[in-house]
Design a protein around this ligand. Structure first.
Ligand code: ADP
Length: 281
């Protein structure tokens, strides 16, 4: 897998306060990476380095091999990496959906017929074609976030960074947005997804676990959530199925053993039925 983002000994200070401390990471092209950590651990600050909204105080970060601290790379980087934030209402500018999606490419001076083509493709990618002529304020939160995603896609971005995009949505909106993100990832867009919902983090290929401005661990969801006690110690939850299997192991003094680290309800049921059947023999 080709590297898309690479950070090397990145440090960042707000005034004199060290907020990111020696960040080293590599994110591959087309990867889906979740970022988790308690409030104030530095997730948003890190995310803003991925499209050069912030520049490292020390160290480097490269996006598609472009150094973010080199000012002449700024436009290139911003068009390669889009961002979608938490509040759906703060991200929509125009009074009609299609104008809103066209806004970014228009600012780049892209010809009208190319803009039209991009708007149609982007609307289709997020399943919002039927809402092309709608007023954004008539849309649900989930639909607004899908329009924000379409806006990023219309810039021909290769990567979208999401900073808690479902935090203000109802369960229906949350599902809609997650399904949309999974779909665009399957079409090759690199996804970086900050969340405080552990059940959302487990759909990622890898998770970056942050604590106090540092990366504590990077690994697959199964690797990250295998350390239930460690995760809880830093003040985070684990997915519910991981929690239940962990507790069962504990209250049975290790008699109930699962074959692998449990992450989902499906994992749990499969293993639990096996254990139940063998106990009946
Ligand atoms: P998270 O996204 O994990 O909640 P943030 O990246 O928002 O964490 O914040 C990391 C630290 O940086 C916190 O201590 C926060 O108070 C501080 N911080 C965030 N934004 C600013 C800012 N604009 N000015 C000064 N300090 C900030």
């Amino acid at each position: 897998m080709k590297n898309f983002i690479r950070a090397k000994n990145l440090k960042f200070k707000y005034d004199e306060k060290l907020v990111l401390n020696d960040i080293n990471l590599e994110i591959g092209e087309g990867e889906f990476v979740a970022v988790i950590g308690t409030n104030g651990s530095g997730k948003s600050t890190l995310a803003k380095h991925f499209n050069a909204l912030l520049i490292p105080t020390e160290g480097k970060i490269f996006v598609d091999e472009l150094d973010t601290s080199d000012e002449k790379n700024l436009w290139d980087i911003r068009s390669k990496v889009g961002m979608v934030f938490q509040n759906p209402d703060n991200q929509i500018i125009a009074a009609i959906v299609e104008d809103d999606i066209a806004f970014g490419p228009e600012n780049l001076g892209i010809p009208a017929d190319e803009i039209k083509r991009r708007v149609d493709l982007s609307l289709n990618a997020v399943g919002m074609t039927d809402f092309k002529n709608f007023a954004p304020h008539k849309l649900s939160g989930g639909q607004k976030q899908r329009i924000a995603i379409a806006g990023a896609l219309a810039m021909n971005t290769k990567c979208i960074v999401f900073d808690e995009p479902t935090a203000m949505l109802d369960p229906q909106g949350r599902t809609e947005v997650l399904e949309t993100i999974k779909k665009i990832n399957s079409e090759g867009i690199t996804i970086i997804y900050i969340t405080h919902f552990m059940e959302e983090a487990i759909i990622a290929d890898r998770i970056i676990l942050m604590n106090d401005g540092k990366i504590l661990k990077i690994g697959t969801p199964r690797e990250i959530f295998s350390d239930v006690e460690g995760i809880k110690k830093i003040g985070l939850d684990v997915p519910i199925a991981a929690e239940i299997s962990y507790r069962l192991k504990k209250i049975s003094f290790g008699k109930i053993q699962f074959t692998k680290n449990i992450l989902t309800a499906e994992d749990f049921l499969k293993d639990f039925l096996k254990i139940y059947r063998s106990s009946k023999k």
